[in-house]
Design a protein around this ligand. Structure first.
Ligand code: PBG
Length: 331
């Protein structure tokens, strides 16, 4: 046949496919989530996240150095708080010698050039497993915002480069910006979880931190009054626009794979970098299928991360961070 257009011509060899490739992954595209625990000599695997670990600070230090050696440039720090330090107000979150604050100081001393971002939300500290303060079956917005702004300042005092509010309270970005500025932290940035959905894909993360909402009367079992409805896209534009107006330095979409349309839409309206969180359940799905021999793990990882970047993510937080950095090194 004679045809004017033959798209397959650009796919006929690895060389031509490489030239025609539109999206490339780089080590600086990734954020490594880290889970710190109290104690010493602890490296404990999260059962629903095979190959991913919680570390006590002595071992976390080596993990940070290893990630840096692999080319990782950004970290996102979470802590697992022991039950006896949890309460409804999350008081421990602002302890200057708390686990988070100690971890921040250790990491900034160990790897000063890495971008250290810290999770700001009450759930790891909440005895009720919510991102804000609970009263009469409600997650209080304005009281929670006050607590979160103090938490952000506490992280900045310990040395965090960026705070990453993952709570979805209204008005928290502006409150944090003002609190940081008035405390002298004008250069500490905010990566806002702007379009964060009430997703089932966070299950393994809640195992990792033992942070799920508790089963108690007058405590909501889910986070649907603050996290977004997975059925909504226009509302995500509103959330992103508000966070930009309130001073966010980066905006995030979370989860990633089931929300590629939201990533694309966010990239089109955002005037700051867009990140996406490839969350714990997305990691667990690939791991479980691969363990059963149903998917090739490396191919599933590369395809997923490439799709997230193609959709518009400038940065991707992923538990595959070590594997993808090793893959890129050998590619
Ligand atoms: C809570 C928080 C969650 C995640 C990050 N911060 C869980 C939740 O909202 O319940 C999920 C991350 C993941 O699943 O990998 N503030």
């Amino acid at each position: 046949m004679s045809m004017l257009q033959r798209p397959r011509r650009l796919r006929q060899s690895a060389a031509i496919r490489g030239i025609a490739q539109e999206t490339h992954l780089h080590p600086s595209d990734f954020i490594a989530p880290l889970f710190a625990v109290e104690g010493e000599g602890i490296k404990s695997e999260i059962s629903s996240m095979p190959g991913y670990f919680r570390y006590s600070l002595d071992l976390l230090q080596q993990e940070v150095l290893d990630l840096q050696a692999l080319g990782c440039t950004a970290l996102l720090l979470f802590v697992k708080v022991p039950d006896h330090l949890k309460d409804n107000e999350g008081e421990e979150a602002v302890n200057p010698d708390g686990l988070m604050q100690q971890a921040i100081r250790m990491i900034k001393e160990t790897a000063p050039d890495m971008l250290l971002m810290t999770d700001v939300a009450l759930d790891p500290y909440s005895s009720l497993g919510h991102d804000g303060i609970v009263e009469d079956g409600e997650i209080l917005n304005d009281e929670s915002v006050g607590a979160l702004a103090e938490m952000a300042v506490s992280h900045a005092q310990a040395g965090a480069d960026f705070v990453a509010p993952s709570d979805m309270m209204d008005g928290r970005i502006e409150a944090m910006r003002i609190a940081l500025d008035t405390s002298g932290f004008q250069n500490v940035g905010i990566m806002s979880y702007s379009a964060k959905y009430a997703s089932c894909f966070y299950g393994p993360f809640r195992d990792a931190l033992d942070s799920a909402p508790v089963d108690m009367e007058n405590v909501p079992r889910d986070k649907k009054t603050y996290q977004m409805n997975p059925a909504n896209a226009i509302e995500a534009k509103r959330e992103v626009e508000l966070d930009l107006l309130e001073g966010a330095d980066m905006v995030m979409v979370k989860p990633a794979m089931a929300y590629l349309d939201i990533i694309r839409q966010t990239k089109e309206i955002s005037t700051v970098p867009v990140s996406a969180y490839h969350v714990s359940g997305e990691y667990a799905m690939i791991k479980a299928a691969a363990a059963n021999g149903w998917l090739n793990e490396e191919e599933a990882m590369v395809e997923s991360l490439t799709a997230i970047k193609r959709a518009g993510a400038d940065l991707i937080a992923t538990y595959f961070v070590r594997d993808i950095l090793k893959y890129l090194r050998n590619a």
